[in-house]
Design a protein around this ligand. Structure first.
Ligand SMILES: CCCCCCCC/C=C\CCCCCCCC(=O)N[C@@H](COP(=O)(O)O)[C@H](O)/C=C/CCCCCCCCCCCCC
Length: 211
């Protein structure tokens, strides 16, 4: 169990993502995902195949951020411009840039929609709600369409092991259940704004279907 995990940490990172002119800082975007990985690792080894994929994608983006062209990766907007201007994005399969920043971030971006839907359903859930059902519904409405059958099946098995609603709220480590619900209500619009800005940017540049 990651003792230091708190829902506050996740939400703080996503809050820091937006610059004054509404660009999305990659540094904080991946920091938010790191917090989520720490949460997922606390749920047990059955989630390892999911968290290891997220860790791999965080690492790819972190490498871009810290290499010599790091300043080009300050925000998602600057990354898109830099990679497209320099033909560093494979628009079809089999090119020479299979792990571009744009493609890698797109995978996390799609997962951010899942997170948004899941947290919103948790916020409005009742004591009878089952986290596994809420999580599956959010998954089916977002990420599942991009995953092959075998991944969807494995995700379904993992989701069955999720703790119940009360335990889940406790693991979020953000006060009483009412505190968690209030916090989610305050923070979800910010995650949603980060999602929407990225979605519009990718749509404008025809990047939503990168292989
Ligand atoms: C305090 C917050 C409460 C909730 C926190 C939950 C923490 C969740 C952290 C991460 C969630 C899932 C992120 C999944 C990212 C998937 C990226 C992806 O689509 N990768 C696939 C494609 O990659 P490429 O091959 O094209 O490079 C890859 O094939 C997928 C591998 C793993 C399977 C992903 C299954 C997703 C299941 C979603 C449910 C997550 C359950 C979390 C439990 C709360």
């Amino acid at each position: 169990m990651a003792d230091s995990f708190s829902l506050h940490n996740v939400l703080d990172k996503f809050k820091l993502c937006l610059s004054d002119n509404k660009e999305v800082y990659i540094q904080y975007y991946i920091a938010g995902w790191r917090e989520l990985v720490s949460f997922m690792n606390s749920l047990g080894s059955v989630f390892y195949f999911i968290s290891s994929d997220v860790v791999k994608k965080i690492q790819i983006l972190d490498n871009y951020l810290t290499d010599e062209n790091g300043p080009q990766y300050l925000t998602i907007q600057s990354m898109v411009k830099y990679e497209l201007d320099n033909k560093l994005v494979d628009l079809t399969k089999g090119g020479s840039h299979p792990e571009s920043g744009c493609r890698t971030l797109l995978r996390l971006h799609r997962a951010l929609l899942w997170l948004q839907l899941f947290l919103e359903s948790l916020r409005t859930s009742t004591e009878e709600s089952k986290t596994s059902a809420l999580c599956s519904e959010a998954y089916n409405a977002s990420l599942a369409q991009y995953h092959p059958w075998i991944i969807r099946k494995a995700a379904g098995v993992a989701l069955c092991t999720l703790p119940g609603r009360d335990a889940f709220f406790d693991v979020m480590n953000a006060g009483s259940h009412q505190d968690v619900i209030t916090l989610l209500g305050e923070a979800l619009p910010q995650i949603s704004e980060v999602y929407q800005i990225t979605q519009d940017l990718y749509a404008k540049n025809n990047l939503l279907d990168l292989p």
